[in-house]
Design a protein around this ligand. Sequence first.
Ligand SMILES: C[S@@+](CC[C@H](N)C(=O)[O-])C[C@H]1O[C@@H](n2cnc3c(N)ncnc32)[C@H](O)[C@@H]1O
Length: 275
Amino acid sequence: MRFILRFFKRIYFFNAIRRILSASRYFNKKYFQILQWGFTSNEYTNFTYYLTPGNVQYLAQTLAVVTNVDFTTIMNYIYEVESDEELKSAIISAINQSPEGRYADKEVRFGRRLGWYAMVRILKPKVVIETGIDKGLGSIILCAALLRNKKEGFDGRYYGTDINPKAGYLLSGKYKEVGEVLYGDSIESLKKFDKKIDLFINDSDHSEDYEYQEYCTIKDMLGDKAVILGDNAHCTTKLSEFSFETGRKFLLFHEEPLNFWYPGAAIGFSFKAEN
Ligand SMILES: C[S@@+](CC[C@H](N)C(=O)[O-])C[C@H]1O[C@@H](n2cnc3c(N)ncnc32)[C@H](O)[C@@H]1O
């Protein structure tokens, strides 16, 4: 038997097949997950998923480096939103009331937005901008963080931008009190914006040029300790380049979705060294 195996190993074709089968083991599970998701989810864009526990830990460690805040405090902010049943109910109720509610997934999966939430809790920003809001999952989680800050005496306001007039329906109820949506082209809305920005999240038109133009548009509106989060940083290097050009630091956190086929997006962090 061993002789036969050794014989096949020496034949180039069989050896290649053996190696291909061995490498494909890393991906086969993904095909099963795709199949399962195909029949159980109704999402067709802007996929949502949970992160693995280890990945959440790495997210908190990255935030600790960016903000100079200790790891435990950041993990507590993450637990805070993960266990916020009122927020989750508000999201499910907004989904149910939306035109696509009948078919939409009824599970709240924040993914990397946990990092956005923690960043608002850490920075206590007066002004947060998110460009590109889609249904408004980012909008509502960011406003939830602003409401918690408000309870602690730190007022802040959220501004979302979107070209789609139907975007943002998840931003509802009490969460809407601290946030609003500026409808129209994001860069046009940013040009008219007249407040200092403390936290800027880029997630609109994902072409390289547009992303870079957004950063250039807000460059002089950034507060002293402002942080930029790029949602496109796993696809382009524009935030890294902008950071280099403007004397800012850059770090990338990559998502690891839990039991999900999508390889994950990222958060690019652009920040001042003294944060
Ligand atoms: C990936 S989605 C945003 C997801 C959202 N940030 C979230 O947390 O779920 C991108 C959004 O950008 C919007 N968009 C695309 N081009 C835009 C533009 N030029 N100006 C404003 N919004 C734009 C789209 O309508 C879409 O809703």
